[in-house]
Ligand binder design. Sequence first.
Ligand code: UN1
Length: 497
Amino acid sequence: MTRKFQNFIDGKWCDAVSGKTFENRNPARWEEVVGTFPKSGAEEVNRAVRAARAAFEKWRLVPAPRRGDIMRRVGDLMVARKEELARQMTREMGKVLAETRGDVQEGIDTAFYAATEGRRLFGHTVPSELANKFNMAMRVPIGVAGIVTPWNFPMAIPTWKIFPALLSGNTVVFKPASDTPATATSLVEILLEAGVPEGVVNLVHGGGGEVGMAIVGHPDVDCVSFTGSTMVGKKISEVASATLKRVSLELGGKNAQFVMDDANLDLALDGVIWGAFGTTGQRCTATSRLILHEKIHDRFLSMLVDRANALRLGDGLEQGVDVGPCVNKGQQETVQSYVEIGLKEGAKLVAGGSIPDGKAFAGGWFYLPTVFAEVQPNHRIAQEEIFGPVLSVIRVRSLEEGIAVMNNTVYGLSSSVYTNDVNAAFTAIRDIKAGITYINAPTIGAEAHLPFGGVKQTGNGHREGGWTVYDFFTEWKTVYVDFSGGLQRAQIDNYEN
Ligand code: UN1
């Protein structure tokens, strides 16, 4: 029987007020229903925000190290349930089991980092310009955090946001992607089992237009953290500006891997195969452009085509499968439409370029790993985020030209350079406009304890991960304690003229 999932609001599991539901299906076997979920809207969001607001008054007073203890239990529970969570995730969004295990592990890493942050959350003590006066700046929670997350990292990305939000003393209203609501439900169950009190975490399922935007526009939501497309991010920014709430946006990418003429080509090949076709290319960090130095261009391209053609597509739960399906029909259609755009623009299709034939693939949203050669830097397939297994190869003549091509995009998330020349590597590190640069490693593979985010239209300047995400989820409170017993006027009494 199909499992019927619910919202979690104010400490209770509940249906949508309207009684409406939506289905979540397995993208590798579309006839298989993972579950039904409440199709919620503004009314459920209002209730969730009210509950979160009320719970905030107690939660903010729980000592941060105790909130950290809960995070440690969350991490322990995730370790114990890692395999089951990974399987559930592969069933609902399609990426292969090794990757969904990695996704859960990223959540575990984030939990244990948060646990220890409960004993840091450092502020500053700063000398006063006046005698007998003590100054400090300390972190305080913001209030109710709205968390709106995508389907490509259904566990890791919600944990990047929810764990630091909670550790910092905020309460949460969580709207997961409607393609991955089951993983989100497991995460909330784990938080509750670990001891997160009633009202502190609220889960509202439904569409982005109805539930997501109701959260963003709500006057009593103090901050919103969103990961998704640049188009939706811009809309969120606009709607949120009416209440001047703080917004963290992690948006699109058009990440490039650049292979110099001196690079270790076998290593660079492993990197681009993993970066471009891992998660079926559905990462904001995915490698979607490959920039090749002309001296190694032809040789590397033929190595790449052989490897891309040898990748095994299939159900991510099966052993030996390298690449799972696209998450849904819409995503598969987007990929197909960009292949047509690439052909029209005059790029040369050298691998893939179609939906695979055969019964094994008929029931899911598969697409062959696709490579275009002879792509020009201004082609749409070299400029627009496709979010699928499509790689555009561009030929360049020098390090400088390669970096210029890399930077020729509205995005700036991840980047990668393969070279054994230390001078080239450090020039690239200095000149590439991106939030993340890898040397001799692919564009994917960020670790949970370092800043994660991008420049230009990839975001709005905030960083997730590591210590930096705590800047987003806390306010600075500046405190002056005058123990002189008299009125001391700053800037005046300490200067004679
Ligand atoms: C994303 O694609 O939205 O670096 C996140 C990586 C992963 C996180 C990706 N650790 O590819």
